[in-house]
Write a protein that binds this ligand. Structure first.
Ligand SMILES: [Mg+2]
Length: 263
């Protein structure tokens, strides 16, 4: 077991640490500096790929911590910008090649598109779309067929050990793993005295329920997040401000209430 920090934080990015519209995070600077001062760990957790997260992680000054990438299908180790080794993206793509063509052609994965078309379909800038295509663990794609065919398609992949997880716009194929699995495994590894997770969307709920204190960051673009299992125990903090401002407020408030070694 690694000798742990007093505090380990897990944070979603879009709509949580990053502003929903501008992708800015500077409103969270006071809290980020406070975390540095007490040598807390910060693990970013997102649907983004390793190359998409690596630059941001370095900018905010926490590249000495691993990041949870591709929605928890894998980890970007601490201190590297390289695509993680040992990922099974190519195995996912190879399994797709073995699906019968009438089903396969109804799935359009990120790896089936050139960068410009992917940029157009996702609304990402072209440079960002290129980073989103540098995958190590999972293949998101859109499904254009019927619900019944989607089940048949996923049955073919399940026979090879691949699962499909549905998000808002995409079905993501991987050999498993989600944000909550990674949070639990990193918590076991680092064994922090306190753990906090921050998120804004339904796909963050299991991660928020896997830590000591959860922060639900307000997202004015979606309905409020349902009540968490841990809410009754008084371990859930809901922010008033959205995005990085809410992130900042919640972390500073929690830091003033938690006890740390030597304090
Ligand atoms: Mg989010």
């Amino acid at each position: 077991m690694t000798k742990g920090p007093d505090l380990l934080i897990f944070s979603d990015l879009d709509g949580t640490l990053l502003d929903h519209d501008t992708y800015q995070w500077t409103a969270a600077l006071p809290a980020l500096r406070a975390l540095r001062r007490i040598k807390a760990g910060l693990v970013l957790a997102s649907s983004k790929t390793a190359p998409e997260i690596a630059g941001l992680r370095a900018q905010i000054g926490f590249d000495d911590w691993p990041a949870i990438v591709e929605n928890g299908a894998g980890l970007l180790p601490a201190g590297t910008q390289a695509i993680p080794e040992g990922g099974r993206y190519h195995a996912v793509r190879a399994a797709l090649d073995r699906v019968p063509p009438p089903l396969r052609t109804q799935f359009c994965g990120f790896g089936d598109l050139d960068c410009a078309t992917l940029a157009q379909r996702t609304g990402l800038p072209v440079a960002q779309a290129a980073l989103a295509q540098q995958r190590a663990f999972s293949e998101p794609g859109s499904w254009s067929g019927s619900e019944q065919d989607l089940h048949r398609f996923l049955d073919h992949l399940a026979a090879e050990g691949i699962i499909g997880q549905r998000g808002g716009r995409f079905v993501t194929l991987s050999f498993g793993g989600n944000k909550a699995d990674q949070v639990r495994s990193l918590t076991r590894q680092y064994h922090p005295r306190h753990s906090i997770a921050l998120g804004d969307a339904p796909n963050d709920i299991k991660m928020l329920e896997a830590v000591d204190y959860a922060v639900v960051v307000a997202n004015p673009h979606s309905p409020p997040l349902a009540r968490l299992k841990t809410e009754q125990a008084g371990r859930v903090y809901r922010t008033t401000a959205p995005g990085p401002q809410g992130w900042n407020d919640a972390i500073l408030t929690l830091l003033s209430t938690l006890t740390f070694k030597g304090t």
